[in-house]
Design a protein around this ligand. Structure first.
Ligand code: PLP
Length: 473
C-alpha cells in the first residue's frame, strides 16, 4: 500500500513538471513540507523523490534539496538560417501546404503541425458566455449591412488596444477583415499588380507565400536570423539589385522562427521603405504573445508617413474560428476600404460584437498574461525534450513569444521524409520545404507548434520524432 502511494506521489510531481508548474532548475518542496501536504510519511516522500531521481527527472543537491533536472544541461543552439538572397521567384504551390492544413484538424493525429492556439484556457468559456448573451440581447438579422469597415464597437476596442503596440489610430482608420491572412490579402490586392516583387524574410509562413503566388506576384526571400528576424543589410542589398514593390514582414515573433526584430532594425526597415517609397505590410499576429512584461512595439509605431499597413487578428490570441482580423492601413486607407468592399459586403456582426466585448473587459488581459506564461513554459519543455530525444547537432530557435519553433536537424536527416514517417505514427509536423518558394531551401528543418500543454502522449510523440530522425543518420 505504502509502496503504491510513493509511486503515485512521484507520478503527480512528474505531471506537475510536465505542466510547467515546476520548471527545469526549480527547487521542489522539502521532504517535510511535501509529507505534510500529502499526509504521508517522510520515508514515503523520500521514496517518491528517489523514484524521480531514478527516472532522471530530478536531482538532489547536497545541503540544498531536490531540484528539477534539465536533462541536457544547455538549451539547444539557435539554428543558423541566414541564406543567400535569392532572385525573384514564382512561388510553387506545394500540395504539401494543403495537406498540412487539412491534417491539422484531424482528431486522429497528435498535432505539432498548424499554429493553432491552445484551447484549454478559460477565455474560451468566457467567449461562449458572451456569445450566448449577445444572441439573446442583440439584433443580428433583418438590420441590413453593417459599416463596410467593420463593426464600430470592435474598431473602437482595436484602436484602444493598438496603443499597447505604440500605435495611435482612430477607429475610423481601421478596416476589419476575416482574419490576418484576409487582411494581408486586401493589402496585396490594393497595392500590387501581377508580376510585382514582394520581399519577405525567409523562412516565412507558408500561407503568405501561397497568397503571393495566387496573386501572380514574385517573391524575393531575404535572409533572416533566428534572433532578430529579417536582415536589414540583406534587404538593403536586395533593394539595390531588384525593383522591389512592397515588403511583407512578421517583425514580432515571426512564423516559423519566433524571431523578434530589435527596435533599431524596425527603424532601419522604415528608413529603407521611405527611401524607396514603397509600402510595408507588417504582420503582427503574434505581437500580443511576447513572454516579456513589455509588449514589443510595432514597426508602425515609428511610422510618421503612414507607409506601414499593420495586419493582425485574434486567431492566435483567442481562436481562429472567430474569423476576425484587421488592417491599420495608414495612408492607404481608401484603397483598403475599397478592396474590403470588393471582397465582402456583408459580414456577420455576432463574432465582431463578442470580440469587442471580450477586448473591452479585463478578461482579455488576464488571458494574455496566462497564455504568455503558459507558452513560455511550454517552449522550455520543448527545448528540454528536443535536447533529450533528438540527434546531436539538432538546433532549436528560442522564440521570445508566440508558440512556434524552428528545428534544424543534422544534414543527414531529410525533413520531408521525417514528416511522412511521423504521419505513419500519427504525428503531424510542418516540414521545412513549405516555408520557402524554393522547396529545396530547408531540407533539414521542421516547424513545431508547441501551443498545447504537454501530456505524456505528446511528450512520447516528441521522443518518437527524435527516434525517427536518429534512424536516418
Ligand atoms: C504569421 C501569420 N500570419 C497570418 C496567419 C493567418 O492568420 P488568420 O488565421 O487570422 O488568417 C498566420 C496563421 O498561422 C500566421 O502565422
Amino acid at each position: 500500500m505504502e509502496q503504491h502511494r510513493y509511486s503515485q506521489i512521484a507520478d503527480q510531481i512528474q505531471q506537475q513538471i510536465r505542466d510547467g508548474i515546476y520548471k527545469a532548475e526549480d527547487k521542489l518542496p522539502s521532504v517535510r513540507v511535501l509529507a505534510k501536504q500529502q499526509q504521508a510519511s517522510v520515508s514515503t516522500i523520500l521514496s517518491a523523490y528517489g523514484l524521480l531521481e531514478d527516472r532522471d527527472v530530478i536531482e538532489v543537491r547536497p545541503k540544498s534539496g531536490y531540484y528539477v533536472r534539465r536533462v541536457v544541461n544547455k538549451q539547444p543552439e539557435s539554428p543558423s538560417i541566414t541564406q543567400e538572397t535569392s532572385s525573384p521567384e514564382q512561388v510553387t504551390t506545394p500540395q504539401l501546404v494543403m495537406e498540412v492544413m487539412r491534417e491539422s484538424s484531424s482528431p486522429h493525429l497528435i498535432s505539432f503541425g498548424a499554429a493553432v492556439p491552445a484551447s484549454d484556457f478559460p477565455v474560451i468559456n468566457q467567449l461562449k458566455r458572451i456569445f450566448a448573451q449577445k444572441v439573446r440581447t442583440e439584433p443580428f438579422l433583418g438590420i441590413g449591412y453593417d459599416a463596410n469597415k467593420g463593426n464600430e464597437p470592435l474598431r473602437r476596442q482595436l484602436a484602444r488596444r493598438a496603443v499597447d503596440a505604440g500605435v495611435f489610430v482612430s477607429p475610423n482608420e481601421i478596416v476589419v477583415a476575416e482574419g490576418c491572412q484576409a487582411a494581408v490579402g486586401l493589402c496585396l490586392r490594393a497595392l500590387t499588380k501581377p508580376g510585382d516583387i514582394v520581399a519577405v524574410e525567409t523562412p516565412s509562413y507558408y500561407g503568405l507565400l501561397q497568397l503571393i503566388e495566387a496573386l501572380g506576384l514574385k517573391v524575393i526571400e531575404i535572409p533572416s536570423n533566428a534572433e532578430q528576424g529579417m536582415s536589414i543589410e540583406a534587404l538593403k542589398l536586395a533593394f539595390e539589385q531588384w525593383p522591389i514593390n512592397i515588403v511583407l514582414s512578421i517583425p514580432c515573433f515571426s512564423n516559423p522562427v519566433g524571431a523578434l526584430m530589435p527596435d533599431e532594425n524596425k527603424k532601419a526597415l522604415l528608413e529603407l521603405i521611405y527611401q524607396y517609397e514603397i509600402p510595408l505590410i507588417e504582420d503582427d499576429i503574434y505581437g500580443d504573445l511576447g513572454y516579456e512584461a513589455q509588449r514589443p512595439k510595432a514597426v508602425k509605431s515609428f511610422d510618421t508617413k503612414g507607409q506601414v499597413l499593420l495586419c493582425s487578428s485574434v486567431s492566435k490570441t483567442l481562436e481562429p474560428q472567430l474569423g476576425i482580423g484587421w488592417v491599420l492601413p495608414g495612408k492607404y486607407l481608401k484603397l483598403i476600404e475599397y478592396q474590403k468592399f470588393l471582397s465582402s459586403t456583408g459580414s456577420f456582426r455576432l463574432p465582431q460584437m463578442a470580440v469587442a466585448e471580450m477586448l473591452a473587459g479585463g478578461g482579455y488581459d488576464r488571458h494574455l498574461r496566462m497564455a504568455r506564461e503558459a507558452y513560455r513554459q511550454r517552449r522550455d519543455r520543448l527545448a528540454d525534450l528536443i535536447s533529450q530525444h533528438f540527434p546531436q547537432g539538432t538546433r532549436m530557435s528560442s522564440p521570445q513569444g508566440g508558440f512556434v519553433a524552428w528545428i534544424q536537424l543534422p544534414k543527414a536527416v531529410n525533413a520531408t521524409q521525417l514528416y511522412k514517417e511521423a504521419q505513419s505514427h500519427k504525428i503531424l509536423i510542418a516540414p521545412g520545404e513549405i516555408f520557402s518558394s524554393d522547396p529545396k531551401k530547408y531540407p533539414h528543418s521542421i516547424r513545431i507548434s508547441y501551443a498545447n500543454s504537454w501530456t505524456p502522449e505528446r511528450e512520447a510523440a516528441i521522443q518518437t520524432l527524435g527516434n525517427l530522425a536518429k534512424q536516418q543518420l
